[in-house]
Design a protein around this ligand. Structure first.
Ligand SMILES: [Zn+2]
Length: 208
């Protein structure tokens, strides 16, 4: 796994540099359009351009790189250590609302036969409960997320993702929350909230 932050620069501006950095070709790097929906793409071969309409990708192919771009949203990266298959998910608050993480875990089970007990999950640096203030979370978020609303209208999306993994059968010890808030650490990470919307993108890249 590789996390590209401000020190790399905005990867979108120079995909050749990105490919060189990963020692691969641009077509082997699967980049999703990311529209805050819950569609899962099976990346079984190289592709050029962004994959339209998708927020998660899965693969069982060696040499395919799954990239998720983030600037406060979570990248949730999953590896089945037994079957050697992977998933990378763009998970913002709308993703949490749609449980794209749970859906991807179920897709890995359906497509590859993954047992949730063999999955290792990493939640990237992202918006922490310290900085996730909503104006009216009880109205903005679906009911199943209300238990993550903290005082002062902050929301703990790290815990929400952790629980979504647990309820699919992922083992507690196999879920790793990075715990770095991108807003608090905006000197290191691009942050949508800290930069008031005008920012670059961090990337989390995984491969088999
Ligand atoms: Zn913070």
């Amino acid at each position: 796994m590789l996390i590209l932050d401000r020190s790399f620069g905005d990867f979108r501006k120079d995909k050749k540099k990105l490919a060189k950095f990963l020692s691969t070709s641009e077509e082997n790097i699967i980049i999703l359009e990311q529209i805050h929906e819950d569609k899962i793409f099976y990346a079984d071969k190289p592709a050029s351009g962004e994959i339209a309409g998708h927020d998660a990708a899965i693969t069982d192919k060696k040499g395919i790189f799954l990239l998720v771009q983030i600037a406060d949203c979570q990248a949730v990266s999953i590896k089945d250590t037994k079957l050697n298959v992977i998933a990378n998910i763009h998970n913002g608050w709308r993703g949490s609302a749609k449980n794209i993480v749970g859906k991807t875990i179920r897709e890995m089970a359906k497509k590859f036969g993954s047992n949730p007990a063999d999955l290792h999950v990493t939640i990237s640096p992202s918006l922490g409960p310290c900085c996730s203030k909503f104006s009216d979370p009880h109205n903005e978020l679906p009911e199943h997320l209300h238990k993550y609303i903290l005082k002062n209208n902050h929301v703990d999306f790290w815990k929400a993702t952790f629980d979504q993994c647990l309820s699919e059968g992922v083992l507690r010890r196999n879920i790793n929350t990075n715990g770095t808030c991108t807003v608090c650490s905006s000197d290191k990470y691009f942050s949508y909230r800290a930069d008031k919307g005008d920012t670059g993108r961090n990337a989390v890249v995984i491969w088999i």
